[in-house]
Design a protein around this ligand. Structure first.
Ligand code: BGC
Length: 513
């Protein structure tokens, strides 16, 4: 039991000169490197208990507020079913002639009418533009008993000023990279057939023509929207007057990925990208694609699902942080679904939440550092590291410190929780979209049960420790009549472009004979 009168007596005794002098001297002698000051407490224990209670209360109140904010990122089964339903409505709008022009999910015909059958053969060039780098590839495909694909490639950086400069500068840069590659491989005079993987929304009228509807991700080069990108490439080649190329196909990365995986697994009739951006394609029945003549067979449709929600149909689940990320992006109001799902934006959502939490005093001692003000600081690779289960909290703290965020252990726990909430929602939303696609294919074919494979590529899907698992589970929950296998594509877009080019060449030769 405490005896307040004794405490008081002790304080008097303590303050007596002799005792304190002796105590100070002893402490100095024992720890000469430390500067220890003694502060007399006024009614310490009573106040102390009150302080402890107040701090605990503030922390529990903080946790409650943090949880309340992150609760907005937790979607219920019902909400996810709604997302699936809405995606289905948007798919139908994109496919129908009367609604196509106003539809946000564009459902663009690709003129790819079948997946590979193993008879593809020859040497091809492939270009891959759409992520952070530009790649040029030489792809050798052999059919029959010697069936194999051999690839040589070189990666070139695209400086941000080229991504966002003039169209002429962008295509001159691309052509100069091709020139370097042809020299490097010693094939400048060969005039090989070429497939151009161009990972942006393109309205195609044939396999080798694609009008860029609008730039997405980090691109903004002028004078390209509304133009045929194959023409822009041809003009660039002409300007250089150094070599010629036979451009056979323009290909979206989703389609390239689907084709690459279909080369290994004929059941693969869907392509999915979850990288810098996000999108999907699948084999749709010709009779449902009203924008293309003919009812026979199937054609691959590039959904351009990143634009899902651009008509406001996802507004009820978008948070203030999603809106902030959208407002400050290069294409505000556009690609709203993509901005909730893909690598280029998830880190930005996280950063916006952390800024808000810091302003509210929950994080970083209320100090918004220069690092936190830096856009795109949380790249996919950092998000993936922070969320790795194998990482101890101290290592999370080290990563944050490397990024310039001076965090305590408590801060690190909060940052990890925020990353988890944002990436989990992304994976679930992506799964809801995929559930709509597989169920549509199942219904198209009048099946009670569908077995299908999805070819997947993209850094977020590949690097993130939980994204794929959560996404797969969501598809299972929302489309229980489908058994969906996910096949990781190796080097998808380049190989796929070459496979499509091979098919294109075969069709062209058949037409000419
Ligand atoms: C583009 C798509 C592309 C996707 C993945 C999106 O921003 O609009 O065409 O497939 O990113 O790269």
């Amino acid at each position: 039991m405490r005896r307040p009168e004794l405490d008081r007596t002790f304080a008097l005794w303590f303050s007596s000169h002799r005792y304190s002098r002796r105590l100070h001297k002893t402490v100095r002698r024992l720890v000469p490197d430390s500067d220890v000051r003694f502060l007399l407490s006024e009614s310490g224990s009573g106040k102390g208990a009150a302080f402890v209670t107040a701090v605990a209360y503030r922390l529990s109140e903080q946790h409650r507020l943090i949880d309340a904010t992150l609760a907005e990122f937790k979607l219920t089964h019902e909400q996810l079913l709604q997302v699936k339903k809405r995606m289905r409505i948007e798919i139908e709008a994109g496919l129908r002639k009367k609604s196509h022009d106003h539809a946000k999910v564009k459902m663009l015909p690709t003129f790819v009418r079948s997946t590979p059958d193993g008879t593809e053969n020859g040497d091809f060039l492939a270009l891959d533009l759409g992520g952070t780098n530009f790649r040029v590839l030489l792809v050798k495909i052999r059919s029959g008993k010697r069936r194999m694909v051999e690839m040589h490639n070189k990666i070139y950086a695209i400086p941000i000023e080229v991504m966002q400069g003039t169209g002429e500068e962008l295509f001159d840069h691309i052509v100069s990279c091709i020139s370097d590659f042809l020299d490097y491989m010693g094939i400048k005079g060969a005039r090989l057939p070429l497939g151009f993987t161009f990972s942006f929304p393109c309205k195609q009228t044939s396999l080798d023509a694609g009008i860029l509807l609008n730039w997405t991700k980090g691109f903004k080069a002028t004078d390209c929207e509304g133009e045929d990108v194959v023409n822009l490439l041809r003009e660039g080649i002409k300007r250089r007057e150094e070599f010629d190329l036979d451009i056979v196909a323009v290909v979206n990365d989703t389609v390239g990925t689907m084709m690459t995986c279909a080369y290994e697994d004929p059941n693969c009739e869907i392509g999915l990208i979850v990288g810098t951006g996000s999108n999907a394609c699948y084999m749709e029945e010709m009779r449902n694609i009203e924008m293309v003549e003919g009812d026979q067979g199937r054609m691959c449709v590039n959904m351009e699902w990143g634009a899902f929600g651009d008509n406001g149909c996802l507004d009820d689940i978008r948070t203030i942080y999603d809106k902030a990320v959208d407002d400050f992006s290069l294409n505000s109001g556009k690609q709203r679904y993509e901005k909730m799902i893909s690598g280029m934006y998830l880190g930005e959502i996280v950063r916006n939440i952390l800024i808000d939490f810091t302003k509210r005093g929950f994080l970083f001692r209320g100090q918004i550092s220069e690092a936190l003000k830096t856009r795109s600081i949380f790249e996919t690779k950092f998000l993936s590291q922070i969320e790795s289960d194998r990482l101890a909290l101290l290592q999370v703290r080290t990563i944050l410190q490397q990024l310039g965020l001076d965090s305590t252990c408590d801060d690190s726990i909060i940052v990890k929780t925020v990353c988890g909430a944002v990436s989990r929602r992304a994976a679930q939303l992506c799964g809801a979209g995929m559930a709509a696609v597989v169920d549509k294919i199942r219904e198209n074919r009048g099946l009670e049960h569908l077995d299908i494979t999805v070819g997947v590529d993209g850094t977020l899907y590949k690097l993130h420790p939980h994204f794929s698992k959560v996404m797969h589970q969501t598809v299972k929950d929302l489309a229980p009549k489908c058994d969906v296998t996910f096949l990781l594509s190796e080097d998808g877009s380049g190989k796929g472009a070459a496979l499509i080019t091979a098919v294109g060449c075969r069709l062209r030769d058949a037409e000419h004979n």
